[in-house]
Write a protein that binds this ligand. Structure first.
Ligand code: NDP
Length: 246
């Protein structure tokens, strides 16, 4: 796994506990390692024991947890004594297949309900720490895409959920923000990155002229969870190299 290049003070999150869902790969892994590199105790979810063990090796406390499961999600949160930051990173996209109802429902279950499940259940812990939640939305929360109707609907839901929770949780001092990444190189997008037409055409269509890296999304998560963002709640931070402004 790539190590995070440090920009912020390396003890920024010392003494803090951070939980990242979907920490075994891509954006979630980069976020988990960024918090680890800034002094936090980081707990990460993975889909298998093997992936959880790999997280342990990286200094992340790996737990097998399917965000579709109330039982597993609540058991993990109930096992924590404290929580300062929750990052809801778990997500799936099922190109084309999303027109099949069971697939559509599954995408909603992971992306939207998985985020809501963790955010709602973490409220009590976060109220104690006056902590914050970061959801991972997408630029597809504002665009449509004929290939991924469920993904786009779920991410629109994540952005709106973030705003409502920000209002409701503010009374307990909890901030809730979203990150909307653009095209980032991860397992989810590798096929497109490698495609000789789509790969370069996405890069060229982006103001920055290239795909983004997971660590560049992690930078935004560190900022949103830090005291520097103390007056930011209900916001969606776009990290897309300018893709959505063209
Ligand atoms: P990855 O496929 O690398 O990561 C997705 C993560 O979600 C994996 O760690 C996976 O775990 C986890 N996950 C999937 N299903 C479940 C489940 N049921 N329970 C628990 N965890 C689950 O892709 P990305 O890093 O790209 O995706 C991370 C987030 O970023 C997603 O929410 C995605 O929608 C979002 N995003 C990504 C963009 C991109 O361009 N890459 C753009 C915009 C948003 P495991 O591997 O263990 O199954």
């Amino acid at each position: 796994m790539t190590r995070y290049e440090q920009t912020f003070r390396n003890d920024l999150f010392a003494g803090r506990t951070v939980l990242v869902t979907g920490a075994a790969s891509g954006i979630g892994a980069a976020i988990a390692m960024a918090f680890r590199d800034h002094g936090a105790r980081v707990i990460g979810t993975a889909s298998s024991a093997e992936k959880a063990t790999r997280l342990q090796v990286e200094g992340i406390e790996g737990h097998v947890c399917d965000v579709r499961s109330d039982e597993q999600s609540e058991a993990l949160l109930n096992s924590l004594e404290a929580l300062d930051v929750l990052v809801c990173g778990a997500g799936i996209a099922r190109r084309v297949d999303e027109y099949q109802w069971p697939v559509f429902r599954d995408v909603m279950e992971v992306n939207l309900f998985g985020t809501a499940r963790f955010a709602l259940h973490a409220r009590t812990l976060l109220a104690t720490s006056r902590g914050s939640i970061i959801t991972i939305s997408s630029m597809l929360s504002t665009f449509g895409d004929r290939l991924v109707p469920a993904y786009a609907a779920s991410k629109g839901g994540v952005t709106q959920l973030t705003k409502s929770l920000a209002i409701a949780f503010a009374e307990q001092g909890i901030r809730v923000n979203a990150i909307a990444p653009g095209w980032i190189i991860t397992n989810m997008t590798q096929e497109l990155v490698d495609d000789p037409v789509s790969g370069p055409s996405i890069a060229n269509r982006t103001a920055a002229g290239r795909w983004g890296m997971p660590q560049e999304v992690a930078n935004g998560a560190l900022f949103l969870a830090s005291p520097a963002a103390s007056y930011i709640t209900g916001a969606t931070l776009t990290i897309d190299g300018g893709y959505s402004i063209i």
